[in-house]
Design a protein around this ligand. Structure first.
Ligand code: LLP
Length: 427
């Protein structure tokens, strides 16, 4: 038996005699029993990614809130809930989901620019840890809702440090022109207003500068900017118990080398210590870095379509399953599930069946494939299934969670009946 080294960026995914395995489970038989497209996740990798943050923050007062928007499947949430994780939510739907997975409400924080009154009420009812408020207008509404239910809502204000995370514009969130957060120069006024309202209790400060950040420098800059504000706000007599630095740490999609979470946090904590804030509760909201490289999407090659200018490899997964290439021109590695050393390769655009030219998963990939083969779209644990849709009336894929040699179906494939159930053709 020839066991090869793990695939780049995917410590829990490797080949045995050329066959791709997630932990000890070979992917081909899984695809056979559950069909394709099929998402397969490694529990060990999720826990290892979490452990890196835990190591980095060890000995401090900290709370890791998994940004569940990255992958909100119940089976995945349960892994993090059982590991004692908190959660960063952005909707009432996410709140219901994460409670169903067994999360502790006291470890939930609620982000997002457009919380509704009903969502606020429900979050107060279950007793979440903190609302990350994003505007002066939201502060007034939250105050009103809290007073109606006779409570004080714990808040932190998401401030916009105006730091360029040097990532894709759609996933940069900390720049001045962004819809998120409160501008740095307005922060003090917003804090003063919040502190004066009877329905609110100021507990912290929050920022999040973007996603798929592969450099430590923007974090270091954001920390300095946030601490400048903490000094100003506390000088005005408003105590901030926790400092939330958001999520955003990148993963290796294509040879990217982001800092490891433990190394990054060792460095950021030095900055906090140097400025005398090392004793505060540190909150982080990682999403992608906890799940992105834990997952692959297995897809079957339906047809090869050679052409004069391009060869197409048409597979059964599409932009409705894996929206990142279409939305952000994102790169995901594509690997044969069974390596075929003796076959000649050709360069293909790997595309799905959806009726859009934007429906591609990979461009100009050298592959030795034929119809019926299985391919694995790598780094598909984050922002893939969570962003899946029913476009072209395609059912959403099934999901499997691997733990060692065990594979458990955590979501069955969506059927056409599932899709039609909410609709009516009668007048
Ligand atoms: N906290 C807040 C307030 C956020 O908005 C986000 C992500 C996170 C935490 C988690 O960020 P992460 O650690 O996952 O980078 N769909 C895009 C990414 C959108 C990120 C949205 N906000 C993609 O596929 O690249």
């Amino acid at each position: 038996m020839n066991v090869e080294a793990a695939l780049p960026g995917h410590p829990q995914i490797h080949r045995v005699d050329g066959a791709l395995h997630v932990e000890s489970v070979p992917l081909a038989p899984l695809a056979q029993s559950h069909g394709t497209p099929l998402f397969v996740y490694s529990k060990a990798w999720m826990l290892e990614a979490l452990a890196s943050y835990q190591r980095g923050l060890a000995g401090r007062d900290y709370l890791i809130c998994y940004a569940m928007k990255a992958n909100s499947s119940l089976g995945v949430l349960k892994v993090f809930a059982e590991a004692g994780c908190g959660f960063d939510i952005v909707s009432g739907g996410e709140l219901a989901r994460v409670l169903a997975a067994g999360a502790d409400p006291a470890k939930i924080i609620f982000s997002g620019v457009g919380k509704t009154r009903a969502e606020m009420r429900r979050a107060l009812e279950v007793g979440i840890a903190c609302f990350n408020v994003e505007s002066a207008a939201e502060i007034d509404v939250l105050n009103e809702v809290a007073l109606q239910v006779d409570q004080r809502a714990p808040i932190s204000v998401r401030i916009n440090p105006n730091v360029d995370p040097k990532t894709h514009p759609y996933i940069s969130t900390g720049l001045k022109a962004s819809k998120f957060g409160v501008a740095h120069d307005e922060a003090l006024a917003v804090y003063r207003r919040a502190a004066a309202l009877p329905g609110l209790q100021v507990v912290g400060i929050d920022c999040h500068i973007g996603s798929q950040i592969t450099d430590a420098a923007p974090y270091a800059e954001a920390v300095e900017r946030v601490l400048d504000l903490v000094e100003t706000i506390e000088a005005a007599g408003i105590r901030l118990h926790h400092l939330d630095f958001g999520g955003g740490l990148g993963i290796d999609y294509r040879g990217d080398v982001p800092p490891a979470a433990d190394a990054l946090w060792a460095r950021l904590l030095e900055q906090l210590d140097a400025r005398g804030f090392g004793d505060r509760r540190i909150v982080v909201e990682p999403g992608r870095s906890l799940v992105g490289n834990a997952g692959v999407c297995v897809t079957e090659v339906l047809y090869l379509k050679p052409g004069e200018e391009k060869n197409f490899c048409i597979v059964d997964a599409a932009m409705n399953d894996l929206p990142r290439p279409a939305m952000y021109q994102a790169f995901h590695r594509i690997e044969p599930v069974q390596q075929q050393a003796d076959r000649a390769g050709a360069t293909y655009d790997v595309v799905g069946p959806v009726c859009e030219s934007g429906d591609w998963l990979g461009r100009d990939r050298l592959l030795a494939v034929k119809a019926g083969d299985l391919l694995a779209v790598m780094s598909s644990g984050a922002y893939s299934m969570a962003m899946a849709s029913n476009y072209n009336t395609r059912g959403r894929a099934a999901e499997v969670l691997v733990d060692g040699a065990e594979a458990r179906l955590i979501r069955r494939r969506e059927t056409i009946d599932d899709q039609l159930r909410l609709e009516s053709a009668s007048a």
